[in-house]
Design a protein around this ligand. Sequence first.
Ligand code: LLP
Length: 382
Amino acid sequence: MINNIKLDKFRDIETPFYYYDLDILRCTLDLVKKESELAGYKVHYAVKANANPRILKIISSYGFGADCVSWNEISCAISAGFKPSEIVFAGVGKTDKDISAALRDNIFCFNCESMPEIEVIDQLASRQNKTARIALRINPYIEAHTHKYITTGIEESKFGINTWEIEEVVKRVSSFNNVKLIGMHFHIGSQITLMSVFKSLCTRINELQEWFTSRSIPLEIINVGGGLGIDYENPEKGPRFQEYFSLLNEFIDVLPGQILHLEPGRSIIGQCGSLISRVLFIKNGSNTMFAIIDAGMTDLIRPALYQAHHKIENLTSKGNIYRYDVVGPVCESADTFGKFIELPETHRGDIIAIRSAGAYGEAMASRYNMRDLAKSVFSDDL
Ligand code: LLP
């Protein structure tokens, strides 16, 4: 909730900026901690969703691990207090430099996506005289029913190892001296709102578990990745963690001694962030009125890239309702946050909030048009 006290403070701050409500973040983290401890699951926060140092520090203080996709992310996570022994490294194209640095830092596990990648990890680990723990990221061929750009576990996906390759990969891995297979990893997509998708994943995981068990190959961890969606229409609503955790609990056969790992990103950080902007101009189009704001696709690319819907609010006007196309200043027609958005009569200088922008907002910002990066503002400081 953006209340009037905060709004008064917003008037003095240069826009656009990211506003993080840390009470919402802490409330979400309390719930995830409680639910994961009850179930005995280990949570690794997906750093790619938001790597703001202050946010990382708060998340690490809850004792969670980190899911990283580059050594830069690993390094930021360690600086923010995450323990290297609780960091996993994912990604379909890890560089030699990043793999070597991660090995030097003794991270917990590499989530591996192909045989050639495992070969390189084995070679680089042998140079450091180490054994790298690896999990196989397996493509389970499950349609996530989300935007196609963030669907990652279907036949044409570049991610993961095909099920028909597992036998060969496991055989080769057992002949290597410097890698040790410790588990299976999955991540089938992001912003998944249908619980039945996760149920299908559980069924697939159980089938694969049987495959490993029947060959007496022990696995310490099963990592189900991230993906739990949030309600962009209702920013005040928290993610459906309880439902998600009880579904995993009910449908995955976790074997004795095994630990279930999760990698939530958006569900942790999405609802606590808003992009705050000012209206520069109101301009008439032939069929619409444009509200041109000072935030653009460089600050939040999700609407332009995924046609994503973020709730847009005018925080300062209480006038009659009109419809506006809310657009940014960048030289691209895709720089549009929403079309025909109902807002109270809007004027130059009004403050606009684009809600549910905590995940993949600041993290995906660019400097196109040589625009400044939006600063971050935290509720605790206002
Ligand atoms: N684990 C892995 C291996 C991942 O690739 C991702 C996200 C996550 C965990 C976290 O997923 P989450 O819980 O946040 O859904 N930029 C897009 C989202 C890309 C997600 C990439 N991978 C967006 O703005 O919707």
